[in-house]
Design a protein around this ligand. Structure first.
Ligand SMILES: [Zn+2]
Length: 429
């Protein structure tokens, strides 16, 4: 079995969430791991929603966790090939999950199977978890595992998905290690007024107009810059590569971002790493064209950095929308963070540089979105996100994640295996 064949088989098991059906994939792994003599189990909090956990090595001081999720998002329309074909041709593996996240899952599984076949003497435990339900928040996957069986995922640190794909800046190839994820503070704004007939509107107090002012204010709003040390370092290194003399300070970040002259999507990703964002994405009010409305609401997608919290969100939004509107945080999820100043981060960095070639650079980053890592970090387990594609991988691949025509080159898959294998041998050898 090659890594690409394994990935192909995993893609063919349709684990679109909802409904998930991750147990099909868990049982497929179970057969492989049973044959290899690696202790494993399936934990399913609901029918068909199994997560798979395997443990290689022996109980010792050291424990390393390989984590990947087994569900995928619905494929949607517009594909040039069947989304669950798992076809292998012209050096690529095709299908939903090829990047997010079945390639990492296949590489991790392959790595354990390979170490077991070799009977490599591990001085500790290599734990592998393929979790269900990540794409819908993890309640039936990692959250359930951490809540019911916290000891099963206990590890010194975890390697999961979550980093930006590598980029090339001139001759410099840059890899990323994800050390944090922004939190969510979805907020509802409510404007109240006084209803009256629309023919004499000055008799009333129009809630839609009040809300519109607040929404327009949020559209213009730029929140204060906050530099997490890891992000400051990232920006300093990018400036250095570009030969810029601009110091990295809170007050000149936007100028720096422009001067870096990066691809637009990446510039905006960096901007989101430096501040709270607030996007009013749903709004409504009023019921009839001839009635002045007394109620209007908007839903604002607010994302916060490590170190920012509910109070900060309410304070910032209040400063934009004024005193009159009601504000309520309807859904809140803490930001998550693992320091880059650890021996684990250094080991990851070193291993990545050795796998990719000494010339590459490895930089920390924070994601605007989130993965299962947030739950691990909340449980006190350091987690790092990777995206170790091979040098030369097509940068266009990033647009296929959660989009159409998802695929990965076989060279990148092998690169992932090599990286993970060397990490496991170094840490547990
Ligand atoms: Zn994912």
């Amino acid at each position: 079995m090659t890594p690409e064949r394994l990935l192909s088989e995993l893609i063919r098991l349709d684990t679109t969430n909802p409904p998930g059906n991750e147990s099909d994939l868990a049982f497929y792994l179970k057969t492989l791991f049973d044959e290899a003599g690696i202790p494993n189990e399936i934990i399913a909090p609901a029918e068909g929603r199994g997560s798979f956990i395997a443990r290689l090595g022996r109980r010792g001081k050291k424990r390393l966790l390989f984590l990947a999720h087994s569900d995928v998002v619905p494929p949607g329309e517009g594909w040039d090939f069947a989304p669950f074909s798992g076809e292998i041709r012209e050096g690529m593996v095709y299908g939903r999950g090829a990047l997010d996240c079945k390639s990492l899952l296949a590489a991790q599984a392959f790595c354990l199977l390979q170490l077991a076949r070799e009977q490599f003497p591990l001085q500790g435990e290599l734990i592998f978890a393929a979790t269900a339900d990540e794409e819908r928040g993890g309640a039936l996957g990692i959250k359930h595992l951490l809540h019911r069986y916290p000891e099963k995922l206990q590890a010194d640190f975890a390697v999961n998905e979550g980093a930006e794909l590598p980029i090339d800046l001139g001759k410099q190839r840059v890899y990323f290690l994800q050390v944090g994820e922004k939190g969510t503070a979805w907020t509802r704004l409510t404007a109240r007024g006084r209803s009256c007939h629309g023919s004499v509107p000055s008799l009333g107090d129009n809630a839609v107009v009040k809300l519109a002012r607040a929404v327009a204010g949020l559209g213009e709003y730029r929140s204060p810059v906050k530099l997490v040390p890891e992000v400051k370092y990232l920006l300093q290194e990018l400036a250095r590569i570009r030969g810029l003399e601009i110091p990295v300070r809170e007050e000149n970040i936007d100028q720096l971002l422009e001067s870096l002259d990066l691809e637009h999507g990446f510039t905006e990703t960096l901007r989101a790493m430096t501040r709270l964002t607030a996007s009013p994405n749903v709004s409504g009010g009023g019921s009839r064209v001839n009635v002045v409305p007394d109620l209007a609401t908007a839903e604002v997608d607010v994302r916060i950095l490590p170190g920012q919290d509910r109070d900060y969100v309410l304070r910032e939004l209040r400063s934009v929308v004024g005193e009159e509107l009601e504000m309520e945080i309807t859904e809140y999820r803490e930001p998550s963070f693992t320091s880059a100043a650890t021996e684990y981060y250094r080991l990851l960095e070193q291993t990545l540089r050795e796998t990719a070639g000494e010339g590459v650079l490895c930089l920390p980053m924070i994601s605007a979105g989130s993965t299962d890592s947030k739950h691990l970090r909340a449980a006190g387990i350091p987690a790092y996100g990777i995206a170790p594609l091979a040098p030369g991988a097509d940068p266009e691949l990033r647009t296929t994640i959660h989009g159409c025509n998802e695929r990965i080159d076989i060279a990148s898959l092998h690169f992932m295996v090599k990286f993970l294998d060397s990490l496991a041998r170094r840490y547990l050898g």
